[in-house]
Design a protein around this ligand. Sequence first.
Ligand code: AMP
Ligand code: ZN
Length: 504
Amino acid sequence: MASELTLYNSLTREKEVFKPLTEGRVGMYVCGPTVYSDVHLGNCRTFVSFDVIYRYLMHQGFQVRYVRNITDVGHLEGDSDDVDAEDKISKKARLEALEPMEIAQKYANGFHDMMRVFNTLRPSIEPRATGHIPEQIKMVQDIIDNGFAYEVNGSVYFDTLKFIEQKDAYGKLSGRKVDELMAESRDDLKNQSEKKHPADFAIWMKAAPSHLMRWSSPWSDGFPGWHLECSAMSTKYLGETFDIHGGGNDLKFPHHENEIAQNVGSCNHAGARYWLHTNMLLMNGRKMSKSDGNTITPTQLFTGDSPHVSKGYSPMVVKFFMLQSHYRSTLDLTNEALAAAEKGYRRLMEANQVLQEMRFTGNHQSGALDQDINGLLDRVTYEMNDDFNTPKALAVLFELVTKINSFKGGQLTMEGLTPSTFQRLQETFTVFIQDVFALENELVSAGGNDEFEVLDGVMKMVIELRAQARANKDWGTADKIRDTLNELKVVLKDGKEGTSWGVE
Ligand code: AMP
Ligand code: ZN
């Protein structure tokens, strides 16, 4: 069941076999966070998805350069490019009476902490927009020189109409109808707008006197437009043409569409060849939104301090929950789904522990069982090769969990299984759980307690309760405890050092 890696390219709206530009190497750019507020669970979903994609590409033997930026300038309120709109980071700096760079640092730190909590890898390069102003100024100049941008009062706008007329490269990604864009009248513009056409967008903006973040440029003291940084930094680190560009699907328009326009407008190359877009995280069927209280922070989810959950769910349970849906599907966060994910996560991790400690007891002959298990192991990779289908790959692992538990319970013998297949089973579980899905084992709880220690503590409490009940001549309670333990095949032994417990 050998298969090639295929991925769904948002640009062509088709699944395509992945062929990197350079054999064995992958260049991948993912739009990172705008660091003006705490990272939310929706962001986490997108970055966890790309972490698994990054890890799987490496697992497949690719040498990956993974670039994920930090947006610390240029992203204006309401995603606007109106000269009067305030920069999201500057606004927060004003409200919190801090330097804009303090705001950017604070929320970048918080973002990194959260990425660590979800056990994701750091990208190979994490460039910041403010660290790449010369590259962005150069790109603006190139676009002007190529005739696709114009300056008005110190700001520079991308001439979308002219670009559409001369290049067949606008609207493909987002599906925007170019005719409709062309038909939009100039009257749609606000009176004071400097744009020639509503579809034009700012690539350099003149800073108002009160604007804190500003750099000198040939056109004005100002700052780059939001879309520009990703074009400039992906080109710098991955080249004019590179393999994969990713982000949430809310960024398709205008951000990614305009990125492509800037790339083509500056160097006549469109940048990424494969565009990957993650879908949105919902809560109780609705978009997560602060305004109507339909929101939960990662910390609230971990601690259970929210009316939306009945208890806390650990980071790995939340991650497992995310992996149980495909990155291109919406994901609905509900208490029921999280509770089910918790059970699934524990079942997988417990089975893996059992498997890694299990001894091979087969007869060294290849039979139906060998074929069956090898077939399932092939399918794990097959599903991941099918556009990183984590839910299906997990479902196959669970078919194997059933077998592992049957080996353990004695319902299934290892007859017909070879040692090499058994070893492959162990290795596949290790690789996918640790290296690809990167699920940490939380069954080992804090303070070095493993599950047995926790159980032992609970049993000591039960024994004490029984002793108390007997001392109080509460025979009903004492008998209930004994009968329940008998049903569970737990036996109590009274000895010199008190009562101990064991399993029959
Ligand atoms: P931002 O910090 O708003 O620029 O977003 C950072 C990344 O998170 C982008 O790739 C967004 O598309 C993505 N994102 C934002 N909201 C959600 C959501 N509700 N679900 C999934 N991804 C999201
Ligand atoms: Zn971007």
